[in-house]
Design a protein around this ligand. Structure first.
Ligand code: GLN
Length: 295
């Protein structure tokens, strides 16, 4: 046994109770993720070597990781990655951490898109993701809808670099066109006319930002969260941009905040081109996505 004299399992137990004392949600799971990251081990390797001595030379790094998490930094920023739709994505403080609700949006888009553009039946759609952040949406679409054309927009150059990297890491480099700019403007400027428009834009009311949980408020980029006075700025601007174009998409999917779905559905109905505008709930039963389509 080395000088610190504890096993890996004991380090894990210590971490869980330390994080719990500091008010961290899911302390055991967080401790385990940090331990895997520290050791560079897979979960399986961790379980199989539970009783190994904890390496003494990693003790200082271990304490640092734990205090970062105890100070509210999200575990995904500390370990630098998050899973989404069975894929792994790099994340950094310049981008929002992808949320599981967004997987439902991607699933809805794929399901409806495949119905509107059946494979092997001629033209395939161009799908664009507005405010792509880490790039989870276009990369997942590129992997699962190999015949679709895909583009992704962000106003942040740092976010676009990370999204590009995530495309490479998931074997989708060259499948996605990345555009820098304000919402749909760079898409239209490039002469593209999207068939599918997807967005999970910033939608928190500016006045609610101070009340967010500290993990979000103090660590995630406000550029990715702040939706203006009523939280609906980006939906209004997106629908104005759509209204300004002669050709409208056939499928639109927006993620929305709690209570916003009826207003966002109304904005999409006002465009007057969609045959169906529907609302999809997330697993917590909250109205989370607005989907509009026309035949
Ligand atoms: N599209 C990214 C995501 O859904 C980023 C969203 C955002 O930054 N508002 O995770």
């Amino acid at each position: 046994m080395d000088a610190t004299g504890k096993t890996i399992r004991e380090a894990y137990v210590e971490a869980s109770s330390f994080l719990k004392r500091h008010g961290v949600d899911e302390p055991a799971q967080n401790g385990q993720l940090l331990l895997e990251h520290l050791l560079g081990w897979s979960r399986t390797r961790l379980y199989l070597n539970w009783q190994d001595p904890f390496p003494e030379d990693l003790e200082l790094d271990w304490q640092r990781l734990l205090s970062r998490r105890a100070g509210g930094e999200p575990v995904q920023y500390i370990i630098g990655s998050e899973g989404f739709y069975g894929l792994t994505f790099q994340v950094a403080p310049a981008v929002l951490i992808p949320r599981p609700e967004t997987e439902i949006l991607v699933q809805e888009i794929m399901y409806r898109g495949k119905r509107l553009w059946p494979e092997g039946s001629g033209r395939q759609p161009l799908a664009v993701d507005i405010g792509t952040g880490s790039g989870v949406i276009p990369v997942t679409l590129a992997v699962h809808c190999p015949s679709w054309e895909i583009a992704a927009v962000d106003i942040s150059d740092t976010a676009l670099q990370l999204a590009r990297r995530n495309a490479e890491l998931n074997g989708a480099a060259g499948r996605i066109r990345f555009l820098e700019g304000d919402l749909l403007a760079p898409v239209y400027a490039a002469g593209l006319s999207p068939d599918i428009v997807i967005s999970n834009p910033p939608y928190i009311k500016s006045s609610d930002l101070p009340d967010l949980q500290r993990e979000v408020r103090d660590f995630e980029p406000h550029l990715a969260l702040d939706g203006g006075d009523d939280g609906l700025d980006f939906y209004r601007r997106l629908t104005e941009q759509l209204a300004s174009q002669p050709v409208k998409p056939r499928l639109v999917g927006f993620e929305v905040g709690m209570g916003q779905a009826p207003d966002v559905a109304a904005l999409l109905r006002e465009l007057g081109v969609f045959d169906r505008v529907g609302i999809v709930k997330d697993l917590a039963g909250i109205e989370r996505h607005v989907l509009a389509e026309r035949d």
